[in-house]
Design a protein around this ligand. Structure first.
Ligand code: GDG
Length: 724
């Protein structure tokens, strides 16, 4: 039976050295609880770093044994690994880049090497435990190279990857010198998940533009499989926060704190010390509020919890000093003997106290400058049992995509944040209740357990889809079957598309001239079979390229046909009525003028707008615009607009490759048919083929064809084998 392995940089525990032995406490974090539903089952395990540098072999052995009982496997890191891989590349390169703090990015090749080395260390640890068919779920930005390393060692494993922090726009991604390796690393997974749609579209764009893998509807077309990319907004353990808020312990803490603080309004803010959290900006806004509204003095105060983190790093040290200074300035300016505006804590609190803070606060001010999701805002909402309280939430947090009933603010807009706090302080109880109820309903439904379930279901779904493609792949068995059938046939017929099928694509379509290898294959094939080149290309180009070959040619999707027996004479399918061309050409020209790199190709029966050379992204955008424009025009002229491989073509609907192929076959004896093509225009050919024909689509797209094949290179190999 296959098992599931969870992998993250940190194991869900903390280790403490006591009297020469390590003691550990399990983490109570939401992720640990959510994933607990997986790794605590059956043979499943969690692999990760225990969080301490342990050099002694004896101590390591003790930890391994201890953790084994709790279904965890440690990966030990040296002090150097921690400095260069964790503090270095993860936290000084990836973290600032992915949170849009480009000024803090450190470009250090030694850190990069360490990152690579530690990802390999993780890979080795996993390979010691994993079976070929296991499911492996890798978490977060410290392990971006791991999915590819695992894929190479375990090609059939089911690999999921989830990134907890934002994925930045292509503009940021391309700044990182090691961007290609990073993206390729992530593409080793079968499913790549992010919190939000924006993260996933940034990732897809970077993958397309940096490593050249195209995608459609969130599916990346990799060399030999489809990778699914999707958004999975992470939830919290809702029940736990609700229960804790109800508990006697929390209720009594609330009573006690309230007695000390009186009935003033409380604003809670909780963050790890980090520049992405916007803590100084928040303090500035609070200061402005107090300056503008003296009537609030003594009536409102802020409870600011900052959890210590990375404070040995210079930028964090400076941030800490800035916060200390600001809090000092506000308190020294406004405090009275009975009122302190900011209650500032630079430390963490036990869970029941945290719950009390959430429960008793009137407002949660969650204003990160950038945050993957942010769970604090969700925990605040879940703790509001009396439905009194207002959430002010930054638009830059992933959670803002879900919690639309919060007061949403731009954290850089100080005026907006001041107004939002004032709005929250004066909000009617009924409105508070309506907003909270609606958010609670969705948080309760999409909790962390649901998140885990949805991710895993999706992962297995992707795997099943891949298996479908795999079963259609032209493997050795299929090749032998085609070969045998071909050899025993008296009248074999081959329908071969040209671009993308017999040759690769070039920036300029006229440069895709058949090379020596292809010429040799076609020449040999045409001695043993009836070969038909069936293409959308114009007849002059095809006629020129295959002038001396004994093959039939179908050009422009079937407008023209040239039988090998008829020398250089082309037959026309139907009179071409091209009175529509001028109007359509004018429209296309307008889009050429606006789109550097685009060009128009004119064929007898159609006009084609090419955008292969256009800047990626812009080409798609213009194509879609032109598509809807042309679709509207097409109705009036009874034409059909079709999207191809980096082209948009407008033509008569009754002309297609399928009809042309059928027409040609009428007078032809055949006891073996092989049809190969790479795009939607070839689907008409596949559909028209009689039962028993072998039909193959190049690339792993959904198709009417019986089989898929990787690329034109494999097509050439297959064809060469037929006449070996
Ligand atoms: C990453 C992403 C994404 C905080 N102070 C105390 C305390 N906490 C707990 C909170 C909350 C957690 O820490 C912080 O969660 P965040 O979501 O804000 O941030 P990270 O976990 O650092 O970060 C983030 C997340 O992954 C999940 O995908 O949301 O965007 O950066 O659960 O309750 N807990 C206790 N005492 C404290 O003083 N007990």
């Amino acid at each position: 039976m296959s098992k599931t392995i969870i992998v993250s940089n940190r194991l869900p525990i903390s280790l403490r050295l006591k009297n020469g032995h390590y003691e550990y406490t399990p983490s109570a974090g939401g992720l640990a609880t959510g994933l607990g539903s997986i790794y605590q089952e059956g043979e499943n395990i969690w692999i990760g770093w225990p969080g301490n540098v342990v050099e002694e072999a004896e101590q390591r052995a003790e930890i391994i044994l201890d953790l084994h009982q709790h279904k965890m496997v440690p990966v030990f890191l040296s002090q150097k690994d921690v400095e260069e891989f964790y503090e270095g590349f993860s936290n000084e390169t990836l973290w600032p880049a992915f949170h849009y703090f480009t000024q803090y990015i450190v470009y250090n090749p030694q850190h990069w090497e360490a990152y690579h080395r530690v990802n390999e260390l993780f890979c080795e640890a996993i390979l010691k435990k994993a079976e070929p068919e296991d499911t492996i779920w890798v978490h977060d930005y410290q392990l971006l190279l791991l999915p590819k390393m695992l894929r190479e060692a375990l090609p059939d494993a089911t690999i999921g990857f989830f990134q907890h922090i934002p994925f930045p726009s292509y503009e940021i991604m391309r700044m990182i010198p090691w961007r290609s390796e990073i993206l390729e690393g992530m593409c080793g997974a079968d499913l790549v998940g992010f919190h939000t749609y924006d993260d996933m579209r940034h990732f897809l764009s970077a993958v397309g533009r940096i490593i050249g893998l195209s995608s459609e509807s969130g599916n990346i077309q990799a060399e030999n499989r489809i990778i699914n990319v999707d958004s999975f907004p992470m939830g919290i353990d809702y029940g736990k926060f609700e229960e804790q808020a109800k508990s006697k312990k929390t209720q009594s803490l609330v009573k006690e704190y309230r007695k000390q603080l009186g009935d003033q309004k409380l604003i809670i803010t909780i963050d790890r010390l980090d520049y992405s959290k916007g803590i100084p900006q928040r303090l500035h806004a609070f200061q402005d509020l107090l300056e503008e509204h003296p009537e609030l003095h003594g009536k409102v105060s802020m409870i600011m919890i900052v959890v210590p983190s990375r404070d040995m790093v210079q930028s964090y040290k400076e941030l800490k000093e800035e916060i200390d200074l600001l809090v000092g300035r506000i308190n020294s300016s406004f405090s009275t003997l009975t009122w302190v505006p900011v209650h500032y804590f630079y430390r963490g609190f036990p869970f029941e106290e945290l719950s009390a803070f959430y429960s008793m606060s009137d407002i949660a001010l969650v204003t990160p400058l950038r945050d993957g999701m942010n769970l604090v805002c969700k925990e605040f909402v879940a703790s509001k049992l009396d439905h009194r309280g207002v959430l002010i939430l930054s638009e830059m947090a992933g959670a803002s995509k879900e919690l639309r009933e919060a007061i949403l603010v731009n954290p850089n807009d100080k005026r907006g944040v001041v107004d939002a706090i004032y709005q929250a302080l004066t909000m009617e109880p009924e409105e508070q209740k309506q907003r909270l109820l609606s958010m609670q309903e969705s948080l309760q439904k999409y909790d962390v357990f649901q998140w885990v379930k949805v991710f895993m279901d999706r992962l297995y779904h992707v795997k099943a889809k891949q298996a479908e493609f795999k079963s259609k792949n032209v493997d050795q068995k299929v090749i032998t079957e085609i070969q045998t059938s071909f050899k025993s046939a008296q009248n074999p017929v081959l329908f071969l598309d040209y671009d993308g099928t017999l040759t690769g694509f070039t920036a300029n379509p006229q440069h895709a001239i058949p090379d020596e290898e292809l010429n040799g294959i076609i020449r040999n094939l045409s001695k043993a079979a009836h070969v038909v080149i069936i293409s959308g290309r114009d007849k002059d180009t095809l006629g020129k390229w295959f002038k001396d070959f004994s093959v039939d040619l179908i050009a422009e999707h079937g407008v023209w046909m040239r039988k090998k027996s008829s020398g250089e004479n082309w037959e026309l399918y139907a009179e071409v009525d091209d009175h529509w061309k001028e109007d359509i050409r004018n429209i296309m020209e307008y889009y050429v003028l606006r789109t550097p790199g685009a060009l128009i190709e004119e064929k007898h029966h159609s006009l084609v707008w090419h955008y292969r050379k256009v800047e990626s992204g812009l080409g798609d955008l213009r194509m879609r615009e032109l598509f809807s424009h042309l679709k509207y025009m097409a109705r009036g002229y009874n034409l059909q607009v079709l999207e191809g491989n980096m082209v948009l073509e407008i033509k008569r609907p009754d002309i297609n490759k399928g009809r042309a192929a059928l027409n040609l076959m009428k007078g032809l004896k055949h006891d073996f048919i092989l049809a190969i093509g790479d795009d939607w225009t070839d689907e008409d050919t596949f559909k028209a083929m009689p039962k028993g024909a072998f039909t193959i689509r190049v690339g792993y797209s959904y198709t009417q064809a019986t089989y898929n094949i990787k690329s034109y290179k494999q097509v050439r190999q297959l064809l060469a084998k037929l006449v070996e």
